[in-house]
Structures are given as structure tokens and as C-alpha cells.
Design a binder for this molecule. Structure first.
Ligand SMILES: [Zn+2]
Length: 339
């Protein structure tokens, strides 16, 4: 157990997986600390955008925590990309989590966000906002498309959802047919999430007709187990999720349950910030604009400057670099030019 951290000591982000022994329920708890603060600090250092306003920070932090939980929940060798396409002042929110739990996140804001703005006031003003979950295989074959699921930001009664956790609960019920409870929270230090999922019971589909069977009674009992654990999970307050450590949260909620935990993922194996941008990728992106477009940018500004929204890195292509992109004579895409 890892307790009693000294004040000021770097707290590493962590992911805890657990099951309830003998019950068809599994869970995960994530606390993004250093990784989240890294993402916020890079944004704050961007002189064009400045720091995120509090409501945007909460949205992106909750998405980041959820992205890690969803990546941890699937057996899939590829990136999980969680996106919000907004029709309000927040146009886009993106979280990308790799299978090794390295992650990056960014939000694009096009208008003012009030200090007390709700989710719908940020991204679903005209009912056009939506959320997309993309699974992009690591070794994608030529022509193979990534899998994408899209969910609206509305509840069953047509009401606008105000919590990203509810949006994702809907998605998981739709896509995996699994009851899921998600609690998410984020502030300027921590982005955290707790997920509980009801596992399918073997042969459940065949039980419907056997009203008196022992199996059916067992299945009902197990569904009660999930309901009980779901209620415990929902009782967790945002404030508690942000301020309590993982041990305390799990003990407080599940001390009467048969909790079995796996080795926590922390540090090298845990969630951490990493950007995948490179000069080569930026070069490919510039090339895709076409000669004409790139020449007009150079005529106007003397060079092509591209900044990475995720990490803040600046890539500069002078006229010689830019010409090299199209002739294939570029001496060295991996470096070389003036920054
Ligand atoms: Zn980057």
C-alpha cells in the first residue's frame, strides 16, 4: 500500500482495477494527477489560448478520466479516442488514450464560457452536440476504417444531459449492452473517475422462460448485487472523488463487499501524459494542404508555423523546408530546421 506521501512529492497518476468476488461486477478507479496537471500547464502556457475556464477544464478532465476507464475496460490493441463535437462556445473536446495508458487531451473553444456554464451551454446549445467514441487499431490494414460509435447528448426523455458521465453510461449500454455506473470529477489538480460494470451472466438469455429455476433465482440475486454496488458507487460525491485517495474511496464504499484488487497501474504502467506529434506528421499534414495552399501561406507569412494543440510544440517550415515536402528532397524531416 502506498500511503503517507510527503507534501510536495510528485503524486503519480494511478489506475486501480478490481472485481467483486463471486459477483458479476467489476470496477475501476482512476486518478489523474501529474498527467492532468501536465495537460493543464501546457494549455496555460499557450499565449494564444491561455488556461481553460473552469467549466471547460471540468469537462475535459472528466473526459480524460473516462477515456482511461474505457481504454482499461476493453481488450483492444489501439487508441481509444473520446470526442465531443459541440455547437456552442466549445467546438471540440478530444481525449486520446493508448493501450499503454499514455494519453493526451485538448479542447477548442470559439466563444466565451460563463463561469457557471453547464454542459449543454458549452456544447449542446442548438441540440446538435454529440459525443463520439473511436477505436483505432494499432496495426490498421490499408483501407480498414476505425470503429466509431456516436451518441447524442440527450437522455431517454429527450432531456439535455448535463453530465458527460450520463452520456457515456448510455453509450456503454448501447454498444456493449452492459449496465454501467460512472462517477467523474475534475478540478485544477485532479481528474478522477470510478466505473462499475455489470458483467453478463453466463446463459442469461436462456433463463427468461424458466421462472422457477434455480438458475433464474441465482441470476436475479446477482442482479441485486449489482444494484446494491451501483447505489454505493453513486453515493460517492464529486468532492470525495477529488480529495480522497483511492484506498480511502474503495474502503469507504465497498468495505462490506468481497472486493478483490489487481496490482495498481502507476508510473511507467499507469496513465501518463504523452504527445504523439512529430515533425514528420506535421510535414505530412502540410503536404496534404497541396502546393498552392502552402505557397500562398509562405507568400503571406514567409513560413509555415504549426503548433500542436495537445502539447504546445511549435513546428516551423521555412520556404526551403516547405518546398522539400513536395519534391521529396527534404534533407531531414525529423529535425534540422530552425525552431
Ligand atoms: Zn504534440
Amino acid at each position: 500500500m502506498r500511503i503517507g506521501l510527503l507534501a510536495g512529492e510528485l503524486i503519480l497518476s494511478e489506475l486501480h482495477k478490481f472485481i467483486f468476488e463471486g459477483l458479476p461486477v467489476r470496477g475501476m478507479l482512476v486518478r489523474l494527477t501529474d498527467a492532468w496537471q501536465d495537460i493543464l500547464a501546457r494549455r496555460a502556457a499557450n499565449s494564444e489560448t491561455g488556461a481553460y475556464p473552469a467549466p471547460v477544464r471540468q469537462l475535459l478532465g472528466e473526459m480524460a478520466a473516462a477515456g482511461v476507464l474505457m481504454q482499461g475496460n476493453i481488450k483492444f490493441n489501439g487508441a481509444l479516442v473520446l470526442q465531443i463535437f459541440g455547437d456552442g462556445p466549445v467546438k471540440l473536446g478530444v481525449v486520446e488514450v493508448q493501450p499503454d495508458f499514455s494519453l493526451r487531451a485538448t479542447c477548442t473553444q470559439v466563444g466565451d464560457v460563463a463561469e457557471d456554464a453547464t454542459l449543454s451551454q458549452m456544447v449542446n446549445v442548438n441540440n446538435q452536440g454529440r459525443c463520439a467514441i473511436t477505436l483505432d487499431p494499432q496495426d490498421r490494414l490499408p483501407g480498414q476504417q476505425p470503429y466509431q460509435g456516436v451518441v447524442p447528448l440527450f437522455g431517454d426523455q429527450g432531456e439535455k444531459l448535463e453530465n458527460i458521465s450520463e452520456v457515456l453510461e448510455h453509450y456503454m449500454l448501447q454498444s456493449e449492452q452492459l449496465d454501467t455506473v460512472l462517477v467523474l470529477a475534475a478540478d485544477d489538480k485532479v481528474a478522477a473517475g470510478l466505473l462499475i460494470q455489470r458483467l453478463p451472466i453466463e446463459g442469461e438469455g436462456n433463463l427468461a422462460g424458466k421462472a422457477d429455476s434455480v438458475e433464474r433465482e441465482a441470476a436475479l440475486g446477482q442482479s441485486e448485487d449489482f444494484s446494491r454496488i451501483a447505489i454505493l458507487t453513486k453515493s460517492l460525491k464529486r468532492e470525495e472523488l477529488l480529495t480522497l485517495d483511492a484506498e480511502t474511496i474503495m474502503h469507504r464504499l465497498y468495505w462490506e463487499e468481497p472486493l478483490a484488487r489487481f496490482e495498481p497501474l502507476i508510473g511507467e504502467t499507469g496513465p501518463r501524459f504523452a504527445c504523439r506529434c512529430s515533425r514528420e506528421r506535421v510535414g505530412n499534414m502540410i503536404r496534404s494542404l497541396g502546393t498552392e495552399e502552402v505557397e500562398s501561406i509562405i507568400a503571406e507569412r514567409g513560413q509555415v508555423d504549426v503548433g500542436c494543440d495537445f502539447c504546445g510544440a511549435e513546428y516551423r517550415f521555412d520556404p526551403v523546408d516547405a518546398a522539400g515536402l513536395f519534391t521529396g528532397l527534404s534533407a531531414d524531416l525529423s529535425g534540422g530546421s530552425v525552431h
